[in-house]
Design a binder for this molecule. Structure first.
Ligand code: COI
Length: 412
């Protein structure tokens, strides 16, 4: 009888890396490509006390898969992987039926580590990422990574890759010359056990890797196509959690938009010779209210100076967006969380500034919207309020300003 494979058997040995090596310390050409960092954190969760062939199907019918499954999360817990949890960056061996490859029980988080003005290695609100990963996990019937384990994994990975954190340069962080370089931190949780039927995975991997990056989009303003054909998410779906499939649905619309195409009368139509940097999605029920981008939230500032954040059950709860709401309230601005109709953002008399925001996007001003043959143009250089928020957020993140809310965590 073939001996049962342990998890460590399924990890491929350290092999040649598929990623482009970073020509350290040249950080000049960074964008959001994968650059090699050295170490990867891995932890494993397994419902291994079940006998796969006998108990699982039987108990599954007996007590219902959902209840059964959630009970097991608590019982089995997370184990550090044998020989780990820190490994040299390497490929993973996955079974062809690995659940995440088929049914997408998989979620990731995005945060950044930076060297601050005080020369410290800092994280920004990592507990929010940990909590959001738990929220997503409960939607996908994945086991919840404990907040402590999540943060420990992020800290260990960042410190093990510390030489890949770009140095702090004050001039990079002036609004006019923004050149924001950081180490991107990517925690990932997915069901890797083989499952051919649609059901929750039994084996799960949680990992963290890092990669030095620069701003996600051009910082001086992006051109945005508002689509009335494609939708990112529907009510009751997974738009409000960070599921990998949410990003898949945006690939075609943003790919078309990057070539200047909208979708009109059932087919792609060229509407601009210039590329659009990204697509803004409307709600799937009324096709009227602004939701978000595939990879970032949307925020507007009204002509009377209020911060307006779209409200919908199918928008991802953004850590940066929540932080900006708090900063704006602290500045004494009116903060409104409510549905925003696309007609409102196209109306000069109502909306003065607009930006996309997120961990990667930070705050990226929108220079123009295109919507069904109409343009709405902004002048990002005159975005006084956007700039104020950027100064506050980045000032706190990089310890150039005091941190009144205790958001920054020094780890080295
Ligand atoms: C982030 O902002 O960190 C994200 O996860 C979005 C991704 C498109 C880069």
């Amino acid at each position: 009888m073939a001996s049962k494979k342990t998890f460590s058997d399924t990890l491929s040995p350290a092999i040649s890396l598929p990623f482009r090596a970073l020509e350290f310390p040249d950080f000049q050409n960074l964008r959001f490509d994968i650059y090699q960092t050295a170490k990867l954190f891995l932890a494993h969760h397994q419902t291994s006390h079940l006998n796969r062939d006998e108990q699982w199907p039987a108990r599954c019918f007996e007590i219902g898969w959902e209840k059964y499954y959630s009970d097991q999360y608590e019982e089995t817990g997370w184990q550090k992987v044998p020989g780990g949890p820190l490994f040299d960056l390497q490929n993973l061996a996955l079974h062809p039926a690995a659940c995440a490859l088929h049914y997408a029980p998989a979620t990731f988080e995005g945060s950044k580590a930076m060297i601050s003005a005080k020369g410290r290695i800092v994280l920004f609100r990592p507990e929010m990422n940990a909590q959001r990963m738990q929220f997503t996990a409960s939607r996908l019937l994945l086991p919840k990574v404990p907040v402590d384990l999540f943060i420990e994994a992020v800290v260990q990975t960042v410190l093990a890759n510390r030489e890949f954190i770009p140095p702090f340069r004050r001039e990079n962080w002036a609004w006019e010359t923004r050149n924001p370089m950081c180490t991107y931190v990517r925690p990932l949780l997915f069901g890797h056990g083989p499952e051919l039927g649609v059901k929750p995975a039994r084996d799960h991997l949680f990992m963290v890797f890092t990669s030095p990056v620069q701003s996600y989009w051009p910082i001086h303003g992006i051109r945005v196509l508002v689509t009335d054909y494609f939708h990112r998410a529907a009510p009751g779906g997974t738009g409000n959690v960070k599921v990998i499939g949410n990003y898949a649905s945006g690939l075609l619309p943003s790919g078309l938009a990057k070539h200047g195409y909208d979708w009109v009368d059932g087919k792609p139509r060229k509407v601009s010779d210039e590329p659009f940097h990204d697509v803004l999605y409307l709600d799937a029920v009324h096709n009227k209210y602004v939701e978000e981008f595939a990879g970032a939230n949307f925020i507007a500032i009204s002509t009377d100076g209020a911060l307006i954040v779209p409200k919908s059950d199918s928008i991802l709860a953004g850590n940066t967006s929540a932080s900006l709401m708090q900063l704006a309230a602290g500045e004494g601005w009116r903060v409104e969380k409510r549905p925003i109709a696309v007609d409102e953002i196209m109306d000069k008399k109502r909306i003065a500034e607009a930006f996309c925001t997120g961990n990667a996007a930070i705050i990226t001003p929108i220079s123009e919207f295109y919507y069904k043959g109409r343009y709405r143009r902004f002048t990002p250089e005159k975005n006084i309020k956007t700039r104020r928020l950027w100064d506050l957020l980045v000032g706190i993140q990089f310890q150039m300003l005091d941190d009144p809310y205790g958001w920054v965590r020094e780890i080295g």
